[in-house]
Design a protein around this ligand. Structure first.
Ligand code: 5AD
Ligand code: SF4
Length: 515
């Protein structure tokens, strides 16, 4: 009996071990029925062409599965995960489930996890611990783990051993299989595990329930082939594969028609967009040039890799219009030696050259970055080079991290002679610089008028509205709630380290995008 026939027959498993399971029991189980993650397969980058599928549909037998049931998804990590959550919510709704934002009311709880650093993983294990009493109270509750952590062999083994409150684990390439996985979980007494480590395809027509009506995420590519030595992403997200331009353009047009004001194009390394096409020459610059003609006020992208940031893209970004002048350009370190060991494939000098090119073409550009401190064997001098690069570029903001060893990555095997104390002290010094320079970058705004896309109430004070400028500066101001979702003008009265306070002037009249 193949898997499909088995599912048709409503059978959960063919030869699942019964009773209390052990890791050993499961290894046989995986081979016969399920797929567990494999680091070896995740490393592979074959020549196989990406397959595009646009025939996703909810099978008749699954329709109504969610009748009278509620789902809750907790999302950890990056925007890619946030967007995956929107897709999973879309699938749940298509199955007839209702959304809830209260764990206690949920019949299915999913943790959409992040594997980028150890503390991200610890949060998830902590949360699983918190969910255990709920599962004991309500054995029919389904608890699932998905996202990047589920792609890791070691995580799946740990869950199998110690977290028997988990009913299902599925991977980042298995999201479209959610109806089947839920079905299995309802039918089976055992933990359902479906994690494909294969390189991955592109599935086009998955349903989505977007979070909000103002800003939207649009995937332009999946995966990463860069294999920076510290990073788990190439193993958890598979090989680089780009969506076809016509599908992306169509999605952005549709979002514009629905009234969205801002689009963020997503990919682990958006500058590699189009590299995998073998029938057309079409890269991120070409895509941005096409998208800027769509009548939507703001278009951003994240995340960039300096290595693939080409001249054509800079030329197109310089045309402005709805292409915002904020570029997030992770540098990771200011030391060429460190960059080499990180396998970033650029140097301090070439990064600075790129910054110079961007600034020459787009003088108003605001640059932000990501930095890792305490990479194995980073010396004081090398850390100082990061500090000096930060000053030299004059970044507006940075996300800063202490290096975290990720099992399976090359860096995890490196000897590390930097004590944690030293790493923490470096992080503190860097953060002080980041704060000081952010405060400096904010000062000139005082007295200026900025355009703000109003997102809603400020987190701290419901009487105040908040939104972001094109350069991603947070602005707080008082105005009628009717301007939520609009682009408004605000005169800045006070510049703080991370935000601006201002006075509402009025709604910006329709600005036509250049064609
Ligand atoms: N340890 C610390 N930071 C990391 N990042 C990626 N992998 C690691 C790691 N192993 C950071 C990088 C990346 C950001 C998303 O997370 O700075 O740009
Ligand atoms: Fe990780 Fe490097 Fe790929 Fe970014 S470019 S996702 S840091 S491997």
């Amino acid at each position: 009996m193949n898997e499909e026939q088995r599912l048709q027959a409503g059978l959960a498993t063919e030869d699942a071990p019964s009773g209390k399971t052990t890791e050993k029991d499961y290894s046989k189980y995986f081979e016969s029925v399920y797929s567990a993650p494999s680091l070896k397969d995740a490393k592979k980058r074959g020549k196989k062409e990406v397959e595009y599928h646009d025939n996703f549909q909810i099978e008749q037998r699954f329709k109504g599965m969610g009748q009278g049931r509620k789902f809750y998804i907790r999302t950890y990590g990056c925007q890619m995960n946030e967007h995956d959550t929107e897709v999973m919510a879309g699938i749940f709704m298509a199955l007839g489930y209702e959304a809830t934002d209260t764990v206690k009311d949920a019949d299915v709880i999913l943790l959409n996890t992040c594997a980028i650093r150890e503390n991200a993983e610890n949060k998830v294990f902590g949360e699983l611990g918190h969910l255990k009493p709920l599962k004991l109270e309500r054995p029919d509750l389904l608890i699932g783990v998905c996202g990047c952590m589920s792609q890791e062999e070691s995580v799946v083994n740990k869950i199998l051993k110690t977290y028997d409150q988990v009913d299902m684990i599925f991977g980042t390439h298995n999201i479209h299989r959610l109806p089947h996985i839920l079905h299995e979980a309802y039918m089976s007494k055992e933990m359902v595990i479906e994690v494909w480590s294969k390189e991955g395809d592109v599935i086009e027509n998955l349903p989505k329930v977007r979070h909000g009506k103002i800003k939207a995420w649009v995937n332009i590519m999946y995966g990463c082939d860069k294999f920076c030595t510290y990073c788990i992403v190439p193993y958890t997200r598979g090989k680089e594969r780009s969506r076809r331009p016509e599908d992306i353009i169509q999605e952005v047009r549709q979002l514009a028609a629905e009234g969205y004001k801002e689009i963020t194009l997503l990919g682990q390394n958006v500058n590699a967009y189009g590299k995998d096409f073998d029938d057309i020459t079409y890269r991120l610059g070409d895509l941005m040039d096409d998208l800027r003609k769509i009548d939507i006020p703001r278009i951003r992208f994240t995340t960039s890799h300096p290595r693939d940031f080409d001249d054509h893209l800079i030329e197109v970004l310089a045309k402005g219009g709805n292409l915002v002048d904020h570029i997030h350009l992770p540098v990771q370190s200011g030391s060429s030696d460190m960059l080499k060991i990180m396998a970033r494939k650029y140097t301090r000098e070439s990064y600075l050259e790129l910054v110079n090119k961007i600034r020459t073409a787009i003088p108003t550009a605001s640059l932000t970055t990501d930095i890792i401190v305490g990479f194995p064997n980073e010396t004081d001098e090398q850390f100082e080079e990061t500090m000096s690069l930060y000053r030299e570029v004059g970044f507006d903001m940075a996300f800063t991290y202490i290096y975290s060893a990720r099992e399976g990555t090359p860096a995890a095997k490196m000897q590390d002679n930097v004590p944690m104390e030293v790493k923490k002290e470096r992080l503190q010094r860097l953060n002080k610089l980041v704060n000081d320079m952010s405060a400096e970058a904010m000062k000139p705004y005082k007295g200026q008028v900025v355009k703000v896309l109003v997102e809603g109430e400020s987190k701290k004070n419901p009487d105040v509205l908040a939104g972001y400028t094109e350069k991603s500066k947070l602005v707080n101001f008082r105005a009628p709630r009717s301007v939520i979702g609009e682009i408004v003008e605000v005169r800045i009265k006070e510049a703080k380290t991370w935000s601006l306070d201002g006075e509402f002037i009025g709604v910006v009249k329709e600005e036509k995008v250049m064609s």
